[in-house]
Design a protein around this ligand. Structure first.
Ligand code: MG
Length: 257
């Protein structure tokens, strides 16, 4: 798939798609409390999609059975929501979610604490979120995808954390996953050159221990091999001639970069 440069009209649709995506994501995150199941969170996301007249982008994507990926604690990505999975005080959960509006995709993810979490969990969440903004800061025309990966990995390695190797950021537009790939590691100047009009998702998926992961029997859910926690944050952004524009606005203080 070649890399597409979006027109101003296409970017305008993507802004609206991302705005709706982020509002729904935040509503689902607000409902994520001890005692609720991840299946209930998924049902909420599906209802909100109907209300807002958007299509849940992940449902039936390569056979994925739900609107959200719900990855709890040592689950890394692609967790399938379940009525048996009840959130507990002290858990952390990554909620990854996408919508389609007028044939354009929006995709973003947040990891949140449930009730009182350990200091380690809190630090992992905050540092993974920070690594996303470091990556965004590097996402400028003239730089490459390697600048982004270098910024993300360089930040998290100092804490002994590891970026997951199996899942990477990506271009997005008429398809959920377009070129280029945006790995959470790399070297400045390597990878694909960033140009104004490209829309990409940057999504650090960071393990507190080893980068190694295992896939559960359901064929989707992955978890860390060492059983340590994993966190995941994602924004969809537009490369411009100047500062990158963050299209998904789930973070009300997303102007740190
Ligand atoms: Mg994504």
């Amino acid at each position: 798939m070649s890399i597409s440069i979006k027109s101003p009209a296409e970017i305008e649709v993507m802004r609206r798609a991302c705005h709706i995506q982020s509002e729904i994501l935040n509503q689902v995150c607000a409902a994520a409390k001890a005692g609720i199941s991840t299946a209930e969170l998924n049902a909420l996301a599906e209802n909100l999609c109907r209300e807002r007249k958007v299509i849940p982008a992940f449902k039936n994507y390569h056979g994925f059975p739900a609107a959200i990926c719900a990855s709890v604690n040592d689950h890394v990505v692609h967790g399938i929501p379940s009525a048996e999975e009840i959130l507990q005080d002290g858990d952390i959960i990554a909620i990854d979610f996408g919508v389609i509006l007028e044939k354009f995709y929006a995709d973003a993810c947040r990891t949140i604490p449930i009730g009182q979490v350990s200091g380690e969990a809190e630090k992992l969440i905050e540092r993974t979120r920070e690594s996303l903004y470091r990556g965004i800061a590097a996402a400028r025309a003239g730089n490459t995808t390697g600048h982004i990966g270098y910024a993300v990995e360089g930040y998290v390695r100092q804490f002994g954390y590891s970026p997951v190797r199996e899942t990477v950021g990506h271009g997005i537009g008429h398809h959920l996953h377009e070129d280029p790939e945006v790995p959470n590691w790399g070297r400045p100047g390597t990878g694909i050159a960033l140009r104004p009009g490209m829309t990409i998702c940057i999504e650090p998926i960071i393990n507190r221990g080893t980068s190694e992961i295992l896939t559960e029997k359901d064929g989707w859910t992955t978890r860390t091999k060492d059983g340590k926690l994993s966190a995941h944050f994602e924004h969809q952004i537009l490369i411009t001639a100047g500062e990158p524009e963050v299209l998904t606005n789930w973070d009300s203080v997303s102007h740190k970069y």
